[in-house]
Design a protein around this ligand. Structure first.
Ligand SMILES: Cc1ncc(COP(=O)(O)O)c(C=O)c1O
Length: 432
């Protein structure tokens, strides 16, 4: 690693060290060097408070990644901290179950429309894998239809271009369909009649559901005797207290939650109809840390706060302002050929487009270099939390007002590489 900005000196040294013994130097793909251009990015964060984080070089950022959307309250939330500290005094993991499992399950059942029973996991992937095994056991079928991202396990990742190491026989059971395209799902049912156990989907990611689309998916799944599973690992406890199913009024048979359920503590949940969930007693869904109590205490405090404070309303109205403002900036600077904002207010995306002779990755790399240098941490997402405030959004606007026209200008002059102080990012596997 020869050249790098002085601003990221310590990050760079720690990265070189980590890369010797940790593949990709990170535990999460989207925190790794695959997504953060070398030499112009921070690679290690040191602490966070509210909506702000500080990297190991002492640089401060407004965080629009928010721990991959795991934080819906923000960093270092006092109520969550207090609940965790209290639980810590009496123990973390026990030899038998702890009553707090039932308390968190009761809260989820009170908030989420489809939830009649609940089981916990640690990562989103635990519960999406559990949901698929359960659906296969319940229907006696093996194929699944997928739409969106559902985690790292064989059953799903085998259907993407990152399928190295996944048996062909497993890959052959998972079939992607296209969001807002009912016919693409119908085609799968035609191709695999009476063989699809479940339709699992993110109820929304970059695009709003077209009118009737989610209802259409539900009806098609049920007509074909398949289960409908909403993967709400991101939308859950973010789009509404009842997740996307609460917001859009379509109730699935099963749903999976993770991320925001415990404001950054490792907790996920598989929930759904009682008659289906009861069959978990017959499949195998079990792990040592499934009932770990610090995360459950964090979950209880997070859900309590969601019920008692205007968390979702605050994030949503701030996000609406953000989307409107960024659209205005793009429009005013006549940059529609390069940038677009999509998504829901609490989880929106700045889409960057390739413009000849530049690839999308070239544009994105320069954009990241410039926004991170100005104290905005993002790889194109605006993941909001309750801790984001108006002044964070105002700062984002002022950074975009500088950076977006600058990129428009260098692209027009075909001088992008002259301004790039690093190798451009390489194309990544696409799941959304
Ligand atoms: C919609 C969705 N499902 C599942 C997962 C997998 O969750 P985890 O990374 O916690 O295993 C993710 C992670 O980003 C996700 O966004």
């Amino acid at each position: 690693m020869s050249q790098h900005d002085k601003r990221y000196q310590k990050s760079q040294e720690l990265l070189e060290n980590a890369l010797r013994i940790i593949p990709l130097g990170a535990q999460t793909f989207s925190k790794s060097i695959t997504q953060f251009p070398l030499g112009v990015s921070p690679h290690f964060l040191d602490r966070g408070q509210g909506s702000h984080v500080w990297d190991v070089d002492g640089n401060e950022y407004i965080d629009f990644i928010n721990s991959q959307a795991a934080l819906n309250l923000g960093y270092n939330d006092a109520d969550v901290n207090q609940a965790v500290l209290k639980q810590l005094q009496s123990g973390v993991s026990f030899s038998l179950s702890h009553h707090i499992e039932t308390l968190v399950a009761e809260k989820i059942i009170a908030m989420v429309p489809c939830a009649e029973m609940v089981r916990f996991g640690k990562n989103g992937s635990d519960v999406t894998a559990g949901a698929i095994r359960l659906a296969r056991a319940f229907t006696g079928r093996e194929h699944v239809a997928v739409c969106g991202y559902h985690g790292w396990q064989d059953w799903y990742i085998g259907s993407t271009s990152r399928n190295l190491g996944v048996p062909k026989s497993t890959q052959a059971l998972t079939h992607p369909f296209v969001y807002n395209d009912l016919q693409s799902l119908q085609n799968l049912f035609d191709q695999w009649p009476d063989q699809i156990a479940a339709v699992i989907m993110e109820p929304m990611n970059t695009t709003y559901p077209a009118p009737g689309f989610l209802e259409g998916v539900r009806d098609l799944a049920h007509k074909n005797k398949a289960l409908l599973i909403f993967d709400e690992v991101i939308t859950g406890f973010r789009f509404s207290n009842g997740g996307a199913q609460g917001l859009f009024g379509v109730t699935p048979d099963l749903a999976t939650f993770g991320k925001g359920i415990a404001n950054g503590y490792p907790l996920s949940a598989l929930v759904g109809r009682k008659d289906i969930m009861a069959l978990i007693e017959e499949i195998f869904f079990s792990f040592t840390f499934g009932g770990e109590t610090l995360s459950l205490a964090a979950g209880l405090a997070t859900l309590h706060k969601l019920q008692n404070e205007p968390v979702i309303a605050h994030m949503t109205s701030l996000g609406e302002k953000l989307i409107d403002g960024v659209k205005k900036i793009i429009h005013e600077h006549k940059l529609n050929h390069l940038f677009e904002v999509t998504g829901h207010p609490v989880w929106s995306f700045l889409i960057m487009k390739g413009v000849e002779p530049y690839k999308q990755e070239d544009i994105k790399t320069l954009w990241m270099q410039e926004v991170m240098a100005r104290g905005i941490l993002s790889y194109g997402t605006h993941n909001l939390s309750y801790a984001h405030h108006d002044k964070d959004i105002e700062r984002l606007f002022s950074v975009y007002n500088e950076v977006l026209p600058f990129i428009g200008d260098v692209v027009a002059k075909k001088e992008l590489h002259k301004h790039l102080r690093c190798e451009p990012l390489r194309p990544l596997f696409k799941v959304r």
